[in-house]
Design a protein around this ligand. Sequence first.
Ligand code: UTP
Ligand code: MG
Length: 843
Amino acid sequence: MPEPTSTQPDAPVRELRVPANGLVLLVGVSGSGKSTFAATHFAPSQVVSSDAYRAIVSGDANDQSATADAFELLHHVVDVRLRRGLLTVVDATNVQSSARASLVKVAKANHVLVDAIVLDVPESVAVERNRARTDREHGAHVVARQRGDLRRSLRSIRKEGVRRVHVLTPEDVAGAVVVPERPWNDRGDLHGPFDVVGDVHGCAAELRTLLEKLGWAIDVDAAGSPVGATHPEGRTAVFVGDLVDRGPDTPGVLRLVMGMVDAGTALCVSGNHEAKLVRALRGAKVQVTHGLAESLAQLDDAGEEFRARALAFMDGLISHYVLDDGRLVVVHAGLKEKYHGRTSARVRAFALYGDTTGETDELGLPVRHPWAREYRGTATVVYGHTPTAEPEWVNNTICLDTGVVFGGHLTALRYPEREIVQVAAVREHYPPVRPLAPTVVEREPSTLAIDDVTGTRWLVTERAGRVKIPEENAAAALEVMSRYAVDPRWLVHLPPTMSPAPTSTTPGYLEHPDRAFAEYAEAGVREVVCEEKHMGSRAIAVVTRDEAVAARRFGVADGSTGAVYTRTGRPFFPGPALVDRVRDAVSPLFDDLDTDWLALDCELLPWSAKAIGLIKDQYASVGAAAHAALPAAATTLAAAAARGLDVSDLTARTSRRAENAEAYRTAYAAHVAPTHGLDGVTLAPFQILAVEGRTLAATESHRWHLEKIATLRDPLVTHTRHRFVDLTDDAQRADAVRWWLDLTAAGGEGMVVKPVEPVARVQPGLKVRGREYLRLVYGPDYTDSLDLLRSRSLGRKKSLALREHALGLEALSRFVAGDPLWSVHQLAFGVLALESDAVDPRL
Ligand code: UTP
Ligand code: MG
């Protein structure tokens, strides 16, 4: 948007206020200067012109036969832009009311305002200008007809749903300055911190107590009545409306809140009770029910002057505020995302009354659609209106009406802290029509919708910014998830993939610790930990203390108390036995970390416990074939040599292959151990991902994790051998290399090198696999073709590892923060989706 402009600084300035997220119709005959005006006052992308679309659909801006198609396109573009909240200017003659009506309809559908700028130019001027143009060939009669239409329009346009009509004569044009105006409800410039207060309903005493509890200093008048309040830390109060009716002192509440709003220490939105009270005070015939009688009587006693002031205040309340750069919406009865910052009768009705269906229930109360359950917006919506016993977060929304007037509580939410502060009602001031519902939405605590995971989507993470989940990956992940996964409520995390260390150039090695150390040193990491890489199966263990915790914290009420699942979310063993064993083994951590649940990142051992089928099919068959074929070949070659044939090269190669095949068999056999059910199975935890209130994977060092895990003394737990390496110390590096060589010589898979302290945007770990182990990956004879294999490219794998890591941590921290399950699940699901990416599986 260009700065407000005036073409001639000396011309008398005429300010034209237009809606910054709405529609502006330019209205005027051909040659009145619409395109010129648009080009002067608006950015090219804001202007949608009928000429341009005529040209697009026909190749000729003047081709009148293309008009219908051009407008079809134009309407669509206007619709999309308004949906996205962009100021849009229509450059077309717009002199006929039917032409304007269809555009006004598009604006209304998007709940934005429409202003018109009419260029009222004498016919002779327009005709004269057109005569000079090369881009117009129509005659003067066209302008004459348009002029007639315009004259009629000037009489009717204000009744067509156009809010403001700016009529400019040619003299006005020079001094015109366009000023885009944010909607009144857009107070994104206010960043709080806020104390949002729920429905007060005339409970003045409780309001005062609550504000004091929140740290506000109350100002009183000579009579001792509260007339204002300020917060020493400069906080702003925001009232969700329904200040009035039912309670003992509606004037007292209004006096205090009006004082705060006047002084700029509070904002207030309108509730449905204010709207009705306004109508009653204006003398409209309304049913004097739901506590309105109390307000009317109390306001009568408060005197004429106060009543007039209260009426003006309530009448001026708007229906919602968008605050903190769009991150917070305060509204009386709730608001779906597409209405945030929008303006229309429908938006106001939703804001005041909720998503009513028009029906009433058995108690005569309106049936409301549970909009919060379907809310998927990023803005936090704080509202009231529906009295409930407990304020409860539902999909980033919270209802603060806890029925103080019915003897419940008056509730405030501190934002951005998200702390609830409450005071109890002094007494039941008004009998409730029905008992307070336990929560706003009586629902499955963790509904997942298919729309949350299908299709291309961008997930926002703290560590890697926006991560794209392509549609086809999501489809593949959905297949896996829907068929084989554990109850998705347990899937608070899926582990990321891990990149190998950069390819080694050390003779005989494809991977070597030196390169991992160098990579981290270069990234500015000072200390790393080398952890033995267990050859087993990655396992995430989520365990709770008991069924009650599982139900309360995870919403799983089928009697299970946890899950141990693979990196694709599948359970390892059917039934609760493994979960029960894990809980026993890690139980000291519950008290130690002051939590009722734990999520652990582990390796489940032995490999064969999960992979015996794979081992038989892929590894053992290769080993067996080699074992049978190569000695037979050697025998044949020996016989040939005995007959005097020169087969020495082939014999040497065959014998080397036989050795390789033996090494290959040794490599996989090292990871095969008998198990029977859970007998023989162990778990090697290497990180405590999260506990109640803390995302430990994001905050604690690996030293901390390994020390905590070292305190576990249970035969189920296999400890992870490790050593810390100061990368500036060559001797420590060399020691670690020797340690790795010993580990892998003894059949170990290798090690994982990790920065000791958590760092953003650096690989969370690099694996360095042993020379023998890599035979299982690259084939028995891979050591014969190392040069070829060294050309492998790691870029994609590394990028994937970073993105998956960010998603996995984000899922955990959202779960810890109590975010809705669907948003946690979206992220865990995102990891699985990215895993279906086609990267070289040998990396
Ligand atoms: P425009 O091309 O801006 O008019 O000006 P318009 O309203 O958009 O016309 P249509 O509906 O597309 O046909 C017409 C001519 O008048 C000149 C412009 O330079 C252009 O040649 N003009 C415009 C002026 O001379 N003075 C003005 O204030 C505006
Ligand atoms: Mg034009």
